[in-house]
Design a protein around this ligand. Structure first.
Ligand code: NAD
Length: 390
């Protein structure tokens, strides 16, 4: 029946699953029925909490007839194999961002989705956040004239959160571009219509102990004439959430006493101890995220149109018009990421694709690579794989 909950399997019970779990638990449109995890403790913890089946491999999960759709939340470099196995098992797929590390892998994933007729959704990314969707609607309504320019920036301590070694190696998808830049690119592409044409960028790899890109600034132009600047630093001491009403990325109020905690926790740790510290944030070991009172966000974003400038906030969009200033609220639900469940449910039950399809995820990944290539070459990079939202 079209109102039946989607029977969802999960591949990878790590940090990403912990962050999306509250949305699955709060929403009657989803039922967690199975998971795949290499560690037995995780499988047992999953079965104890949800009563489904814990499989040792993604292939077994993909063959489970109880499962209709699979959330792939394994590390980036495994996405292609896990997504293709799931699609070939006849399951719809929600794969966490980025779609993959290489464009070739993303191409194979998009082809597998087309061949099997199963939906491929790339998310959650912050392009799903309600204030982004609201700003997009406002821009598309034409009320404020043409969109001319978007500025997105974010200063975090991302590079000093606990990492596995490959998360600090760019060629394996490490650094801020594939994990963080992809959020900003997805948001900005959605606001600007998706069809980016060219990127000019610089990157920074400033800490020899963590030898990957931790910062970038990029100038991107779009078909239709708008251009955008995207700036991110994962080395920051200044925290740009101060400019987001002191609400953190996950929608919860920030506690001033947590200042400096990420760097302090790494002091004296070798790579193995750091990787172990990361697992303390996963399912069966870590706590769920703090209660969110506002929407998730990815730092300050301002969209400038002919007759108004739109500032995205964790509560909605502040409109600075010619003669009036007003706030348009995006109503906050009981937990974040409802929009991701909307996308999953609509795809599986109504055969309706969201903006963030596989082809969309591939186009955002192309911008990530273009930022790295432009920074290395010192020249602008033309984009050839872009698309608009469906
Ligand atoms: N959207 C978000 O807010 C968000 C947040 C964090 C991570 N992510 C994304 O989620 C993905 C995972 O990142 P993470 O930080 O959760 O990593 P993580 O290491 O915390 O979790 C990955 C999980 O995958 C499991 N795994 C490894 N190999 C597996 C296999 N063969 N089969 C099944 N499970 C396997 C690991 O045991 C681990 O539990 C990344 O692509 C990352 O970009 C998204």
């Amino acid at each position: 029946m079209t109102s039946d909950p989607v029977r969802l399997g999960v591949a990878g019970l790590g940090r990403a699953f912990m962050l999306t779990l509250p949305a699955f638990q709060a929403d009657p449109r989803v039922r967690l029925v199975a998971a795949a995890a290499p560690r037995e403790e995780s499988r047992t913890a999953f079965e104890a909490e949800f009563g489904g089946t814990g499989h040792a491999t993604v292939e077994a999960l993909a063959a489970d007839p109880q499962v209709e759709a699979i959330y792939v939340a394994t590390p980036h470099q495994m996405h292609a194999d896990h997504v293709i196995a799931s699609l070939e098992g006849g399951k719809h797929v929600l794969v966490d961002k980025p779609i993959s590390v290489s464009i070739e892998d993303a191409d194979r994933m998009v082809a597998a989705s087309r061949k099997t007729g199963c939906h491929l959704i790339v998310g959650p990314s912050h392009s799903f956040d309600a204030p982004v969707a609201l700003a997009r609607q406002m821009i598309e309504s034409g009320e404020f004239g043409n969109l001319r320019m978007v500025q997105a920036f974010n200063y975090t301590d991302f590079l000093y959160r606990p990492r596995r070694p490959e998360e600090l190696r760019t060629e394996e998808g490490g650094g801020v571009l594939f994990s963080q830049g992809i959020h900003q690119i997805d948001m900005v592409r959605l606001l600007c219509g998706g069809q980016a044409s060219q990127v000019f960028a610089m990157t920074g790899a400033w800490d020899p102990e963590r030898p990957t890109e931790g910062a970038y600034s990029a100038l991107v132009n779009f078909e239709g004439g708008a251009f955008a600047t995207l700036t991110y630093s994962g080395y920051a001491h200044f925290d740009s959430d101060i400019w987001m009403d002191n609400i953190g990325e996950l929608g919860a109020a920030k506690n001033a006493a947590d200042y400096g905690r990420a760097r302090a926790a790494l002091v004296g740790l070798d790579a193995d101890s750091e990787a172990r510290l990361k697992t303390t944030r996963t399912f069966g070991q870590g706590a769920l995220p703090a209660h969110a009172t506002r929407h998730e966000h990815f730092g300050p974003v301002i969209a400038l149109c002919d007759r108004a400038d739109l500032r995205l906030t964790p509560g909605g969009v502040e409109v600075f018009g010619d003669t009036e200033r007003r706030f348009v609220e995006a109503p906050v639900g009981p937990v974040p990421r409802k929009e991701v469940v909307d996308a999953l449910f609509d795809a599986v039950r109504l055969d309706r694709a969201p903006a963030q399809t596989g082809a969309w995820g591939l186009a955002s990944l192309e911008v990530c690579h273009a930022i790295l290539t432009s920074a290395e070459s010192g020249t602008p990079v033309a984009l050839t794989r872009q698309c608009g939202p469906t």
